[in-house]
Design a protein around this ligand. Structure first.
Ligand code: SF4
Ligand code: SF4
Length: 369
């Protein structure tokens, strides 16, 4: 049994029953009528220029979500779900397939494309695993700005859209994110952007979000609760007040946390709390990686330095992501071997967050192999 044990069965059935009634009256997710009041559940927002209306808090599936928790979240109105074949060795996407069985019309489905933009077999296999012919929005998963500019992505998006594999295309990124988002805006064919984001990144990202908003691209924030232990729910209204943001997409592991997240999304914006949370986010990012990729750019050995730091950080700081740390580290193309690291310290000197990069490299090699 999962953490649903923390929430009483009577509470669960009461809430689920109320929401099932509300959903039946109002419609949910993609089908919800414009302007129709919802008795409860999160507010719906239009995702940029798409016709998708998605809840302001939505489900991410890395690490994999329990099927019953997902069903509960959908009943509560968290009707946008994003998944990937890469999360938890394929378990996550299978759980999503199970959770949406019989209620595909109630959810907006997002799928991360972790394969080449001409790999039809991989695309078809992912859709088959999900048990659907198409998803509402797919996201290219790119972490280098110059790769975003590669014309093969535009061609892939056009071809797959035409073939009905998805209706809209987005870009998701967690490394060199600012550069990748700017490049995606320049490319002009994206419908939505989904970066890793924290309050501590506002200064750099707000101008990008403002441009995206002007150009009518939807913004989906992910990994927003990283390094915000204790205030991860309180911070929700502040993210939702950010220009252009349609939803916060995050994994929620338990029934009570779903309720807390939805409630947090409805809380009024407290400006004093905002000042405190921003200060705290800045402090908590000291020594923590924000995946800017600057260390990687200066490494004479060409290591995927930022990815190694990310794995080590997951392992040390985020117990729910330990398995992800192992999987990601195993999946890194580590050529040359990390043992070839010459301790030149250029990576650490390039890091504006004071991350002990070389220590992370050593530790990743000793605990994640
Ligand atoms: S370790 Fe520092 S320089 Fe490297 S990606 Fe993280 S924050 Fe950027
Ligand atoms: S210390 Fe190692 S990882 Fe860092 S820049 Fe030098 S060779 Fe690259």
């Amino acid at each position: 049994m999962n953490s649903s044990n923390q929430y009483s069965r009577s509470d669960f059935f009461k809430s689920a029953g109320v929401m099932a009634g509300a959903a039946a009256m109002a419609g949910t997710g993609a089908q919800a009528a414009e302007g129709m009041p919802r008795e409860s559940g999160p507010e719906l927002r239009q995702l940029g220029k798409t016709d998708l209306r998605i809840p302001v808090v939505s489900l991410g599936t890395a690490p994999a979500q329990d099927v019953n928790v997902m069903k509960f979240a959908i009943a509560q109105g968290m009707t946008f779900i994003h998944t990937s074949t890469s999360y938890k060795k394929g378990v996550a996407i299978k759980n999503v397939a199970e959770a949406i069985k019989g209620q595909r019309d109630k959810v907006v489905l997002g799928l991360k494309i972790t394969w080449a933009p001409d790999d039809d077999a991989a695309m078809d296999a992912a859709l088959e695993t999900l048990g659907v012919d198409s998803v509402d929005i797919a996201f290219f998963n790119i972490h280098k700005a110059d790769q975003v500019r590669d014309p093969k992505y535009r061609l892939g998006a056009e071809r797959w859209k035409k073939a009905g594999k998805f209706r809209y295309i987005g870009l998701t990124t967690h490394k060199e994110a600012a550069g990748c988002l700017k490049a995606a805006l320049d490319e002009g064919f994206y419908d939505a952007l989904m970066p890793s984001y924290s309050l501590s990144m506002e200064e750099e990202f707000l101008p990008i979000f403002e441009r995206a908003h002007k150009e009518n691209l939807g913004i989906i924030l992910m990994k927003t609760h990283k390094n915000l232990t204790g205030s991860e729910f309180e911070v929700t209204p502040h993210y939702l007040a950010t220009t252009g943001v349609a939803t916060i997409n995050r994994g929620v592991a338990s029934f009570p946390d779903i309720k807390k997240l939805i409630e947090a999304s409805k809380a009024p914006l407290d400006e004093q709390a905002g000042i405190r949370l921003r200060e705290s986010a800045q402090v908590s990012m000291t020594g923590h990686c924000r995946m800017c990729g600057e260390c990687e750019a200066v490494c004479p050995q060409g290591f995927q330095v930022a990815d190694v730091v990310r794995c080590s950080d997951y392992y040390l700081e985020h117990s729910e992501y330990v398995e992800t740390a192992y999987e990601t580290y195993r999946g890194l193309a580590r050529t040359p071997s990390p043992s070839a690291c010459g301790d030149c310290n250029l990576c650490e000197r390039a890091c504006r967050n004071g991350v002990p990069v070389v220590h992370h490299i050593r530790r990743a090699e000793s605990v994640l192999t």
